[in-house]
Design a protein around this ligand. Sequence first.
Ligand SMILES: Nc1ncnc2c1ncn2[C@@H]1O[C@H](COP(=O)(O)OP(=O)(O)O)[C@@H](O)[C@H]1O
Ligand SMILES: [Mg+2]
Length: 336
Amino acid sequence: MSGDIVDPAAQSDQELQFEGALRPSRLEEFIGQEKVRSQLTLLLSAASLENRTPDHILLAGPPGLGKTTLAMIVAEESRSPLRMSSGPAIQHAGDLAAVLSALTPGEVLFIDEIHRMARPAEEMLYLAMEDFRIDIMVGKGPGATTVPLELAPFTLVGATTRSGLLPNPLRDRFGFTANLEFYSPDELQAVVRRSSRVLNIDADEQALSEIAKRSRGTPRIANRLLRRVRDYSLVHGGHATLSNAQAALELYDVDDWGLDRLDRQVLEILIGRFGGGPVGLGTLSVSVGEEAETIESVVEPFLVRQGFIVRSPRGRMATPMAWAHLGRDAPGLNDL
Ligand SMILES: Nc1ncnc2c1ncn2[C@@H]1O[C@H](COP(=O)(O)OP(=O)(O)O)[C@@H](O)[C@H]1O
Ligand SMILES: [Mg+2]
């Protein structure tokens, strides 16, 4: 769904630059996620009092909720340098060994999409996290031996959209797991209020509220919609008013509930082709023409949270609310 306005994944270099400018750099500027924020505050303060590196931290949740931002904040708050890597970039144990052996004491290592790291690297990481040590293979064949290598103490911050895919031994080695939740409309309104200040956008509070309502609980989407509303207002005259916001969002196919084309397509197929389900993930994603991973980690969590679909052991099912949203009558119990 690249190019889609409500794709929670970042889309372009330009967008990444915008995001950089909009990222809060301290915990107290980070909006919402109260629980995670107070847990992190405690964890970082305790480490700083005892003058040690903070425990390893796992950040789990759908894209666009602030995982990368939090990783940067952890480094900032503990006044440590940050080194960034990602699961897909670590395809061999050697890739990880190179990253780990270059760490300086106290450094924060961020591994994004950590569930996509190669297996042998994962095993090396267990030892590194636990004992700040790795075993390096030297030589090949029967003469091969391993040589232990001491590492500088570091804090690993892992991010994943699919914590279910992490092997237990890896998950267990994190001292703290933060499960990020979708944001409430009020929180998103605070996010875009802050962003409009940072970007010098003159936006009415009603416009901010409208954007917040339609942002699928996701700050990245809220910031993106804010920019579209700003563009629209620039071109059509005036500042970001409620009516400019509504017109811009309509133009980009974002409905009152924040559902975009792909969300509605999933509901339409579920209801139109499968009578509301249950349908398995594989069948559903093939029918929609999207990757199962996108459906499972991006589309579904939002639709489930909004009460449009439920997951059952037999597959995904549309709720009466979904039928109503598409303007159709849900089948009565007698029809089932
Ligand atoms: N709690 C928050 N408060 C303010 N801005 C946020 C918050 N969470 C995310 N953002 C903004 O949303 C965008 C995406 O966040 P990011 O950390 O890249 O998400 P993720 O890594 O989970 O995909 C960034 O521009 C960031 O500034
Ligand atoms: Mg990220």
